[in-house]
Design a protein around this ligand. Structure first.
Ligand SMILES: Nc1ncnc2c1ncn2[C@@H]1O[C@H](COP(=O)(O)OP(=O)(O)O)[C@@H](O)[C@H]1O
Ligand SMILES: [Mg+2]
Length: 244
């Protein structure tokens, strides 16, 4: 077992029923302050992998090690509270009826008032849009602004690890750039380690350090982002709208 990685997934078999493994033996890692992207066609298990790391789903076998601790069997709410994990799910990730500030306070559920105030200040400085719209209902935000709010909400407890499931889904190219910039900014500012699932492969690789390409519950290809961007196999798979 490797313990020096911030995130280490060892030989995971996992699925939604005991009989069927969706993840069929996966090993991967992420180091401090890395942006690591998970790519692959629809249904190949990217979200399932994030769910297994987060603890929404307990793997049938294998290990999830975060910050050197084996957390394979620890459920998600305890990981968020005690293991310094932040999660931005694939859809419906802001409470539209609540204000921007109240969305952030949901993320700061386990913090005291002083910590909440400190984190809201820090995140408003990092993302000035939040400062301008703090009292506005989240329903009034654009798609890109909602993604940044969802990101900021997950960042409230100052996690060391962030799991992002398709942060650019449904966004215009301009908003995609803003959201990706927000991701890079927090990595630079808070040294958070980021595991990100993305469909926009080439755009995601541009901001990533490394990537894993999943196929049918296994890792088909891995390497540093720059090399993968120029990899013939990758370009065939992902250029020309074949990323679906
Ligand atoms: N809650 C669930 N219950 C049963 N099967 C699921 C569930 N969620 C996803 N699956 C199945 O698991 C496989 C992988 O899904 P998923 O991890 O969501 O893929 P991806 O995120 O790569 O598109 C798919 O075959 C999907 O139908
Ligand atoms: Mg998914």
């Amino acid at each position: 077992m490797t313990t020096q990685h911030v995130v280490s997934v060892q030989d995971i078999l996992a699925g939604y029923t005991p009989e069927v493994d969706i993840l069929r033996g996966m090993t991967l890692h992420a180091d401090q302050s890395e942006i690591v992207t998970l790519l692959g066609p629809n249904g190949c298990g990217k979200s399932t992998l994030l769910k297994a790391i987060a603890g929404y789903l307990i793997p049938h076998t294998g290990q999830v090690v975060l910050d050197g601790n084996d957390v394979t069997r620890i459920p998600v709410h305890e990981k968020i509270r005690h293991c310094s994990l932040g999660i931005v799910p694939q859809t419906d990730n802001v409470f539209t009826a609540l204000s921007v500030r109240d969305n952030l306070l949901v993320g700061g559920h386990y913090l005291d008032n002083a910590q909440n105030a400190r984190r809201i200040d820090a995140l408003c400085e990092l993302y000035p849009m939040l400062a301008r719209k703090l009292r506005a209902p989240a329903a009034s935000l654009s798609g890109g602004e909602r993604q940044i709010l969802a990101l900021a909400r997950a960042l409230m407890p100052e996690p060391s690890i962030l799991l992002l499931d398709e942060p650019s889904a449904g966004l215009s190219p301009k908003m995609l750039q803003e959201v990706f910039e927000a991701i890079v900014n927090v990595r630079d500012r808070e040294q958070v380690t980021i595991l990100m699932v993305e469909q926009n492969a080439m755009e995601a690789l541009r901001i990533s350090d490394r990537a894993y390409v999943l196929a049918m519950g296994k890792i088909a290809l891995t390497g540093n982002a720059h090399d993968l961007m120029h990899d013939e196999q990758m370009r065939e798979l992902y250029l020309g709208g074949q990323a679906g």
